[in-house]
Design a protein around this ligand. Structure first.
Ligand SMILES: C[S@@+](CC[C@H](N)C(=O)[O-])C[C@H]1O[C@@H](n2cnc3c(N)ncnc32)[C@H](O)[C@@H]1O
Length: 402
């Protein structure tokens, strides 16, 4: 896919998307130049993982680090907290069960617009267990500023309880939460070649960033994919292409080692490993979002579009065990929300106005229906020092799939 403006304009027109404005063009061009510089300095190519990292997180120009609107109808995609406050309220009920027994604070990773923090805090307050501190750790300085504004506007009387961290605290008691964070981590792309595992690199051909598969695969990637195939008990066919997140395991292990007592709740779209690397899923799960259009062209529009990959929950559960955590529950988002009292909350909060009520019903469908977010999204709970069963998994527990 060419990057020159005319070709991009043609692509946007074909997809039915409005043309880029001047600011978007300029941001993407600047980031493109920076990536080209890095490709040149690296001798002509960079791993796809590095391209994705720069496209999403390059200082001031990346998708998450630049100032563009990302979430909600005016952005590129909608996350569960942006769909309905009921998502945060249900999550709060799970947190309340843990905090009432264990005590402690909340630490949210990748808090996006700050929506979840507001809904969660309000419900915890209503339940009589507001955390003394609500910490946020987000790699994007731009989003940190957005979160601060949201909380200042919606919870001004509690602003002093919120704090933004630069790094993980040494020891933490309470509940750590990450909604749609792991899917935003850069991944390696691999392909099964005739006689070796190939890694995707990105090169610049004078017009566009294009994939390049003939470079030397990193040792780490070769080992991980070989281990993966050993575990699946089958060879993947030549040509099978997918991705692997080598950052998520070490990240989670670090979280686990910092958790003195309490829980980690990870919510994301993804699968257990066998399902993720199913022979029929032979193109991987990489997906881009630009103005509510999902497509499979990660090398275009650098800095303007989201690039994500599904989450391998088995890899997360393994990293948790390595950090001596207990894998306490694994369920679909739909079931988790129902188990934490979605129906009860709906009755309590539902609007008297029939228009608003119908809208709420539609939002609940989006969060819970298997064809929408209900099944593709999963909740993984990891605990330390908590023996009680968690309410969110009372009627469905899919740990055997991990
Ligand atoms: C897809 S957005 C989800 C935002 C929000 N949680 C929601 O559900 O609306 C991903 C978020 O994760 C952040 N992020 C990505 N990698 C991270 C990491 N390693 N640690 C903390 N935040 C991270 C991004 O800056 C962004 O805020």
């Amino acid at each position: 896919m060419p990057i020159d403006s005319e070709a991009i304009d043609r692509w946007l027109a074909r997809e039915g998307i409005a043309p880029l404005n001047e600011e978007e063009r300029s941001t993407s061009e600047q980031l493109g130049q920076r990536i080209r510089g890095e490709i040149e300095a690296a001798g002509g190519r960079i791993p796809f993982r590095r391209f994705m990292e720069m496209a999403l997180y390059a200082p001031r120009l990346g998708y998450y680090t630049g100032g563009r609107r990302k979430f909600g109808t005016a952005g590129d995609f909608v996350t569960a907290p942006e769909v309905s406050p009921l998502f945060g309220r249900c999550l709060a009920r799970q947190c309340a069960q843990i905090l009432q027994k264990n005590g402690g604070d909340i630490l949210e990773f990748g808090a996006g617009s700050g929506r979840l923090a507001v809904d969660l805090f309000r419900e915890l307050e209503r339940l009589g267990s507001p955390p003394r501190h609500y910490a946020i750790l987000d790699v994007s300085p731009d989003l940190q500023a957005v979160q601060r504004e949201t909380i200042k506007r919606e919870l001004p009387e509690h602003l002093d309880r919120f704090q933004w961290l630069e790094r993980l605290p040494g020891r933490f008691h309470g509940v750590m939460i990450a909604n749609e964070v792991v899917d935003a981590m850069p991944v390696h792309r691999f392909r099964i070649g005739k006689d070796r595992i190939q890694e995707e690199f990105v090169v610049w051909n004078g017009d566009a960033f294009i994939p390049y598969w003939n470079g030397e695969t990193s040792r780490e990637l070769t080992d991980e994919v070989a281990e993966l195939m050993g575990e699946l008990g089958q060879e993947l066919a030549a040509g099978y292409t997918s991705e692997i997140n080598l950052s998520a395991g070490p990240w989670l292990r670090q979280l686990g080692e910092g958790l003195a007592s309490g829980a980690i709740l990870l919510i994301d779209y993804g699968y257990a490993r066998r399902e993720y690397y199913h022979p029929e899923r032979d193109g991987g799960t990489l997906l881009c979002h630009f103005r509510h259009r999902a497509h499979g062209e990660p090398l275009i529009l650098p800095g303007l579009q989201d690039i994500t990959a599904h989450v391998d929950f088995t890899a997360l559960a393994r990293a948790a065990l390595a950090a001596d955590l207990r894998v306490a529950g694994f369920a679909t988002q739909g079931n988790f929300l129902i188990n934490t009292g979605l129906d009860e909350l709906l009755h309590r909060h539902s609007s008297a106005d029939s228009h608003a009520f119908l809208k709420e019903i539609q939002q609940i469908k989006t969060l819970t229906l298997p064809s929408m977010m209900g099944e593709r999204f999963k909740v993984l709970a990891l605990t330390r020092g908590i023996t009680e069963e968690l309410s969110g998994f009372s009627r469905q527990d899919l740990r055997h799939r991990l």
